[in-house]
Design a protein around this ligand. Structure first.
Ligand code: AMP
Length: 417
């Protein structure tokens, strides 16, 4: 949720942010209206309660003659207070609805537009050239017994798979390497729950426009997370945390579940876009003034991991319309996928500023001891999808795949054959 005080003082900044995202700037006025109606309702309620209190005192001191008229006035006032409280509840609810419609305020400098309007920041590494016809990740995965899509579909349906044998070891090894790097970079490892309460899912901003992406367990009123970011954001909900010694950094290791509702017909081959995958996600709680610098650090940590698995990639500055509701700025790293002749997203790091923490009630004390809303950031350190790029970029003429040196100790072999 955006800061209402900021909105009142800077409505044009929020309108401009809406335009950068391609979202309706008119929603800003709807929210301002809802905010002033709520403030008026609170004021009216406060005034009536003050009157009620004063009248109560008068009744206490009144003579028997005065009392009946005062009591009649008191019951009339009580009815008004009740009505004012109902009006306030209604105004609260209307404010909440209007506030949920406004996405986070885009960081200055983020490109405007949609999915294709990103800005290319950097290209890293050499695109491999093959003197043979390269196979795609599924062909390699099947011929080397690393991935079993057929049985995945038999057991769970389309977009499910088994990672098998060295495929499973490759994934586990990559995640383990990511975990080691995360710890070295000051993150506390976490294995969070993958089922969360609705208020935690809503607080992280995932129940907005893309709510149909999320699996819900109706009988238990719980949601399956699409990323451990959700549980890690909820970890300190309703708390005042100590940020006096620097940020709190967590790295969550979890399976992630996505309905991929809007992706019909897209990436239907292999494990690029699946309903369940594994991920190590970095998550930082930090003072808002330090969030932009932390964002650059998360990107650096992602780069370190991409270098460790020896992948060519590029970094893009994601445009406003593709940020999702919580992010103010997002950088994606996209690895080269030879058989697609294209870069595909492997990581994404977002600066969510105070947007998630405000709704979740995560605060810290400033230097005057006053509670302030914290900022949150997240970033991908490794996912199942990385296997696609690892297999395709490191394949050899004889149909085997070279295991990147950093992963050899985890996988137990330097060539998958
Ligand atoms: P996101 O949380 O949407 O920014 O995604 C983070 C990372 O998770 C992406 O960069 C991909 O590596 C991976 N990912 C996202 N969605 C899927 C999916 N449906 N299947 C496999 N990997 C995915």
């Amino acid at each position: 949720m955006i800061d209402l005080k900021f909105l009142r003082e800077n409505p044009d900044v929020v309108r401009a942010s809406q335009r950068t995202r391609g979202e309706d700037p008119g929603l800003v006025d709807v929210l301002l209206e809802a905010d002033s109606s709520r403030r008026a309702a609170v004021l009216a309620g406060d005034q009536l309660r003050a009157e009620q209190k004063a009248l109560g005192k008068k009744v206490g001191k009144a003579s028997p003659d005065e009392r009946p008229a005062l009591l009649a006035g008191a019951s009339e006032l009580a009815a008004k207070v009740k009505a004012a409280e109902a009006a306030q509840n209604e105004a609260d609810a209307a404010l909440d609805v209007a506030a949920r419609k406004i996405s986070n305020i885009v960081e200055d400098g983020a490109p405007a537009g949609g999915e294709d309007d990103y800005v290319l920041l950097e290209t890293v590494g050499e695109i491999p050239t093959f003197d043979f016809e390269p196979k795609d990740h599924l062909e390699l995965g099947e011929s080397l017994n690393l991935i079993d899509m057929e049985r995945g579909a038999k057991v769970s349906g389309s977009r499910f798979y088994f990672m098998t044998g060295y495929g499973a070891l490759l994934q586990q090894g990559m995640l383990q390497l990511a975990a080691q790097k995360a710890v070295k970079n000051g993150f506390q490892m976490m294995i969070p729950p993958v089922l969360v309460r609705p208020e935690i899912m809503a607080g992280t901003g995932f129940l907005g426009a893309h709510a149909d992406e999320i699996y819900r367990l109706e009988a238990d009123d719980l949601y399956l997370v699409g990323t451990s970011e959700v549980a890690l954001a909820g970890y300190h909900s309703g708390e005042i945390i100590d940020l006096s010694d620097g940020p709190k950094r967590y790295a969550g290791w979890s399976s992630c579940f996505r309905r991929e509702a809007g992706s019909y017909g897209k990436d239907t081959r292999g494990i690029i876009r699946v309903h369940q995958f594994d991920k190590i996600e970095m998550f930082s709680y930090i003072k808002p003034e330090d969030a932009a610098a932390e964002h650059k650090k998360l990107l650096e940590f992602e780069r370190e991991m991409l270098a460790a698995v020896e992948l060519p990639y590029r970094i893009i500055d994601v445009a406003g319309g593709d940020l999702g509701s919580s992010a103010a700025r997002k950088y994606d790293c996209e690895a080269w996928v030879p058989t697609q002749n294209a870069y595909r997203e492997l990581t994404s790091t977002s600066n969510c500023t105070t947007f998630q923490a405000r709704r979740l009630g995560v605060r810290y004390r400033d230097e005057n001891g006053k509670p302030q809303t914290a900022a949150t950031l997240n970033g991908t350190l490794a996912t199942t999808r990385w296997i696609v790029a690892i297999l395709e970029n490191h394949q050899q003429a004889d149909g085997t795949v070279r295991v990147p040196e950093a992963l050899v100790p985890f996988v137990g072999t330097d060539v998958l054959r």
